[in-house]
Design a protein around this ligand. Structure first.
Ligand code: DHB
Ligand code: FE
Length: 280
C-alpha cells in the first residue's frame, strides 16, 4: 500500500530559485538560507519518496484571473516550468503520476465531496519549482514523480484554512487506500509573512510566523480557525499563502515528530520558513 513518509512546509520565494539558477548560493546574502535547508536535502535523499504531492499556488501563470479553480490537481504525464517573464527556469520538466492523480481525484470527489478541478495540461511556476530546487538541488531530472496540487490563495474568495486542513485529511485517506507500494511525500508551500505591494510592502512578522511554526506541529486545529482577516493583518497581503501548509499538515497524523525547523529573514522581501515532520 501507499504510505505518507512525511511533510515539508517551505516558502517558495522566486529569488531563491534565481539564486540557485545563477550560482549565488554561496554569496554572503544567501549562504545562511541555503545552510539552513541542508538538513532537508539530507532527509529527502534518505527517504527517497516515489512521488511528491506539491501543494502550491499559481501566481497568475497557468491560470490567469479569467479562471480561478479553488483547488486543482495536475493529472498529466509531465509539467514544464512556466515562463514568468525571464524565460522558463532551467529546471527539469516534472514527471507526473496520472494513475495516482486519478485515484486522488476519484477519492476526493466521490468519497470526500471535494470537487477538485482536474487539469491535464499545466505549466508550473515558482510556487512549485522553487521548493523542488530547495529540496533536490540541480539534478538532470527530479528524483521522484510530482503531482501538482494548486490552491487559489490570490483571488477573493480564497478557501478557508479549515477547508485546507480538511483537504489534507481527505488526501491522506486517499493515499492510505491506494494499492501500489509507494512512498509519498507531501509539500505545503508559500508564506511566511510577506506583503509585496502597497503601503505595508516588506512587512515581516517574525513572532507571528514562529507561532505558526509552533502550532503547525502541536495544534494545527487552532491554526485552521484563523480568519483571512487576521492573516492579512498579521502576515501581510500575501501571507495568506501559509494556509497551504495546512493541507500538508492534514495529511499527517495528529501526532508528529519534527525532523527539521528553520526560519530566516530576509529572503528577498519576505520571511523564509521550513518545517519537516514525520508521523510520530
Ligand atoms: C515573492 C513572490 C512569492 O510568490 C512569494 O510567495 C514570496 C515572495 C516575491 O516576488 O518576492
Ligand atoms: Fe507565492
Amino acid at each position: 500500500m501507499a504510505r505518507i513518509i512525511g511533510g515539508v512546509g517551505t516558502s517558495h520565494v522566486p529569488s531563491i530559485g534565481a539564486a540557485i539558477d545563477h550560482g549565488k548560493v554561496d554569496d554572503p546574502y544567501w549562504r545562511p538560507l541555503f545552510e539552513g535547508v541542508q538538513p532537508a536535502r539530507k532527509w529527502i535523499e534518505k527517504m527517497k519518496p516515489d512521488v511528491a504531492i506539491v501543494v502550491y499556488n499559481d501566481h497568475a501563470s497557468r491560470f490567469a484571473l479569467d479562471m480561478t479553480p479553488t483547488f486543482a490537481i495536475g493529472m498529466g504525464e509531465r509539467f514544464s516550468p512556466h515562463d514568468e517573464g525571464y524565460g522558463p527556469r532551467p529546471v527539469p520538466v516534472c514527471q507526473g503520476d496520472p494513475a495516482l492523480a486519478w485515484h486522488l481525484a476519484e477519492s476526493l470527489v466521490l468519497k470526500d465531496e471535494f470537487d477538485i478541478a482536474m487539469v491535464s495540461e499545466m505549466t508550473v511556476d515558482h510556487g512549485l519549482t522553487v521548493p523542488l530546487s530547495l529540496l533536490f538541488g540541480q539534478p538532470e531530472a527530479w528524483p521522484c514523480r510530482i503531482i501538482p496540487l494548486c490552491v487559489n490563495v490570490i483571488q477573493y474568495p480564497q478557501p478557508t484554512a479549515l477547508r485546507c486542513l480538511r483537504l489534507g485529511q481527505a488526501l491522506r485517506r486517499a493515499i492510505d487506500a491506494y494499492e501500489p507500494d509507494l512512498k509519498v511525500a507531501i509539500f505545503g508551500t508559500g508564506g511566511m509573512s510577506h506583503q509585496l505591494q502597497g503601503e505595508r510592502a516588506g512587512l515581516i512578522n517574525a513572532d507571528y510566523d514562529k507561532m505558526w511554526l509552533d502550532k503547525m506541529e502541536s495544534d494545527p486545529q487552532s491554526l485552521a480557525r484563523i480568519s483571512h482577516t487576521e492573516l492579512l493583518r498579521e502576515a501581510g497581503s500575501e501571507g495568506l499563502e501559509i494556509i497551504m501548509w495546512l493541507i500538508m499538515r492534514g495529511a499527517l497524523d495528529s501526532s508528529v515528530r519534527r525532523i527539521h525547523r528553520f526560519y530566516h529573514v530576509p529572503a528577498s522581501n519576505t520571511a523564509y520558513g521550513m518545517l519537516i515532520m514525520e508521523n510520530a
